[in-house]
Design a protein around this ligand. Structure first.
Ligand SMILES: Nc1ncnc2c1ncn2[C@@H]1O[C@H](COP(=O)(O)OP(=O)(O)OP(=O)(O)O)[C@@H](O)[C@H]1O
Length: 228
C-alpha cells in the first residue's frame, strides 16, 4: 500500500447490509455514509442490535455490503476479488477485539512478531518495530511475559501494539474495554486514541460505554442501521 493510499483512511458510501431474505430479512445497515480521516478517532455508539458489529464487519472487509462501497486506505474493497480483499485486510487493517485474543504460549514481544514468524522471516526492522510499539504502549518491562502473567489492561495494550504492527491505514476496535474496569478502560482508550493520532491511523471505536466517548474526535450514533 502506498503512502498516498494510506492517508485516505476509511470511506463508506451508501452502505446497506441486509441479512436473510423474505420474512427473515433484516436491514442491519441502511444507507450509511462515513468517512474517517487519517489519525482521526471516531467512536460509534448505539443500542444493542443497532448495527455496530455489522458496521465493523463491513468496514473490515469481512462482509461485503448488499449495496454501497467501502474504501480502505484509498483502495475500493467492495470491487476487489476475494483474494485481493484478503490481502487488503491483512495489509491495511488492524483489529482490536473485546479481549486481546493473545496466544497463550507466546511472550508479549512474540505476539507482535508472529506474522513475521509465519511468513518465515523476522528482520531486524520487525524486531525494532515491535520493541518501539511495546515501548509506546508502556510494556517494555513486561515484553517477555506470557498473557497469563499480564493483567487484562496490559493484555489489551499488547493487543493494541499488535494491531499497529503492520502500519494499518485503519484500526477497528470492537468494545476493546469490555473486560476492564472503568479506570483501566479509560487508560486503554486514551492509549488507543493517542497512538492512532500519532501514527495517522484512521480509527473506529465501537463502545457501549458513554464515559469513553470523550476520548474520540467525533462520535457517531447508530440506530436501526441508520447513522446520524
Ligand atoms: N448473521 C446474521 N443474520 C441475521 N441477522 C443478523 C446477523 N447478524 C446480525 N443480525 C441482525 O442485524 C442487526 C444488527 O446487528 P449487530 O450485531 O450489527 O448490532 P450491534 O449494534 O453490534 O449489537 P450489540 O451491541 O448487541 O452487539 C440486528 O437486528 C441483528 O439481529
Amino acid at each position: 500500500m502506498t503512502a498516498t493510499a494510506t492517508r485516505a483512511g476509511l470511506t463508506l458510501s451508501g452502505v446497506t447490509l441486509r441479512y436473510g431474505a423474505g420474512d427473515t430479512l433484516v436491514t442491519a445497515l441502511d444507507g450509511v455514509d462515513l468517512t474517517v480521516g487519517p489519525g482521526e478517532v471516531v467512536a460509534v455508539a448505539g443500542p444493542s442490535g443497532s448495527g455496530k458489529s455489522s458496521l465493523l464487519a463491513v468496514a473490515g472487509a469481512l462482509i461485503a455490503p448488499t449495496e454501497g462501497t467501502v474504501a480502505v486506505g484509498g483502495a475500493d474493497v467492495t470491487a476487489a476479488t476475494p483474494a485481493r480483499r484478503t490481502a487488503l485486510r491483512r495489509a491495511g487493517i488492524g483489529y482490536v477485539f473485546q479481549s486481546a485474543n493473545l496466544l497463550p504460549s507466546l511472550t508479549a514481544r512474540d505476539q507482535l512478531l508472529l506474522i513475521a514468524h509465519l511468513a518465515g522471516r523476522v528482520t531486524r526492522e520487525d524486531r525494532d518495530r515491535a520493541d518501539g510499539l511495546l515501548d509506546a504502549v508502556g510494556m517494555t518491562a513486561k515484553a517477555s511475559r506470557r498473557p497469563h502473567e499480564l493483567s487484562g489492561g496490559e493484555r489489551q495494550r499488547v493487543g493494541i501494539a499488535r494491531a499497529l504492527m503492520n502500519r494499518p491505514a485503519l484500526l477497528l476496535a470492537d468494545e476493546p474495554t469490555a473486560a476492564l474496569d472503568q479506570h483501566r478502560a479509560r487508560d486503554v482508550v486514551a492509549l488507543l486514541a493517542g497512538q492512532a493520532r500519532d501514527r495517522g491511523t484512521a480509527t473506529v471505536l465501537v463502545t457501549h460505554d458513554e464515559g469513553l466517548l470523550g476520548a474520540a474526535d467525533r462520535v457517531v450514533r447508530i440506530r436501526d442501521g441508520r447513522m446520524n
